[in-house]
Design a protein around this ligand. Sequence first.
Ligand SMILES: Cc1cc2nc3c(=O)[nH]c(=O)nc-3n(C[C@H](O)[C@H](O)[C@H](O)COP(=O)(O)OP(=O)(O)OC[C@H]3O[C@@H](n4cnc5c(N)ncnc54)[C@H](O)[C@@H]3O)c2cc1C
Length: 443
Amino acid sequence: MLVVEQLRHRPGGRSLVQMTSTERNWAGNVTFGAAEVVHPVSLAELQELMASRSKLRVLGSGHSFNPIAGTTGTLVCLDRLGTAVELDPGARRAWVPAGATYAMICPELDAAGWALRNLASVPHVTVAGACATGTHGSGRSNPGLAAAVDAIELVRVGGELETLSSSATDFSGSVVALGALGVVTRMRLELEPSYDVAQEVWLEVPLGGVLERLDQVLGAGHSVSLFTTWAEPTTLDQVWVKRRVSPGDPAATGTGEPLDDLLGGHRAPSPAHPVPGADPAHATAQLGLRGPWYERLPHFRADAVPSAGDELQSEWLVSAGMGAAALDRLAALAATLAPAVLACEVRAVAADEQWLSPTWRRDAVALHFTWRPDEDRVSQLLHVVEDALAPFDPRPHWGKLSAMEPAALARAYPRLADFRELAERVDPERVLSNPFVDYCLGR
Ligand SMILES: Cc1cc2nc3c(=O)[nH]c(=O)nc-3n(C[C@H](O)[C@H](O)[C@H](O)COP(=O)(O)OP(=O)(O)OC[C@H]3O[C@@H](n4cnc5c(N)ncnc54)[C@H](O)[C@@H]3O)c2cc1C
């Protein structure tokens, strides 16, 4: 028996932790529009759905800001398919349920002595949803989350269950896949031994000095984030540095002296939040307090509303060597951007091999915008920012807002045509597509 939708939508359109509204996305700016919402409770039920529906999309935690997850047909939620993590310590791998959030699986991995190399700023997103859109954390030598996937299990249109390992011909096109190739049921993730991280924040960091040595600054920790509201164009409001702490280190406080010289500014005396005015209690622990990787790599606590709550987001990734020039170009637009921006974040992301990854074969600097929730103004500014970044060949984030047209997307993502061919091959009737995906694929 298929489980019929039970509405769990909170007034205001916001979802807490991993609770998914199946009417609208987390930001509340997209209505999914599904004729039916189904929560299969077994693989067999999912296979039956895939064999019988003519239009179907799968929803993760709904944290994307565009209609990528929408469908007028059947919206499938995997929240009742089980959350068992299957560890293979010898291979340093774990099969995890695709519909589980990172907040669900990470404590279990850690308890068994294992860790992931990187996490996004929110642990609230599902593993499959994050990977499908090329979601990333940060770090000069840390690629996006999809790079940790070395096998996937998915149900194809028609109902066939298939496992693709990294040696499969289509694998590099199949993880960052926009939900267009099948419903992913499990993903196998590469692990490393569990580790601790300490996080510190610097305030009022001069932008000029950072631009002169951007690569060095973004490499100053396992993960480094620069934040600005553009209210003061010559100064970064905050620089967050997350460093791994070696096992013998009793505490991380005091380990950052060289950073004072590198960054300028001064260390935050109390916890900060990336969005000025938001409650620092919602952010992960700072002040050099060491803690497990999964409680420090995200900016936001798993049990709190992340980021501002009321917001829209966009992000473009440029090649690492262009990062400083691109950031300088944005600084020149500070007066235009500042009224619309809650916070901008700048991070390094390492290259990977996934065709639709925003860092496909390109080390990158990611330029992120958390916008005030004013859709008209943001729509205008998307063009302003994309015009400014055009000389730097930006790749937009698949889960956020962009105004880029199909021809520009095809230039930004050189393997887009290969991906379209793959999608046509495995789903010729376009059961799994929707207008957003068709638009992005130029069809
Ligand atoms: C507050 C906030 C902070 C964020 N921080 C970051 C960040 O630090 N870095 C970053 O890169 N992004 C970030 N994002 C963007 C976010 O990571 C992406 O939008 C991501 O896709 C969200 O995952 P989800 O589970 O909500 O996916 P959804 O938005 O629900 O779905 C996204 C896509 O994945 C597909 N999908 C979902 N599950 C499956 C499945 N089982 N099989 C096949 N396809 C599937 C859907 O069909 C859809 O196409 C942030 C978003 C928010 C709201």
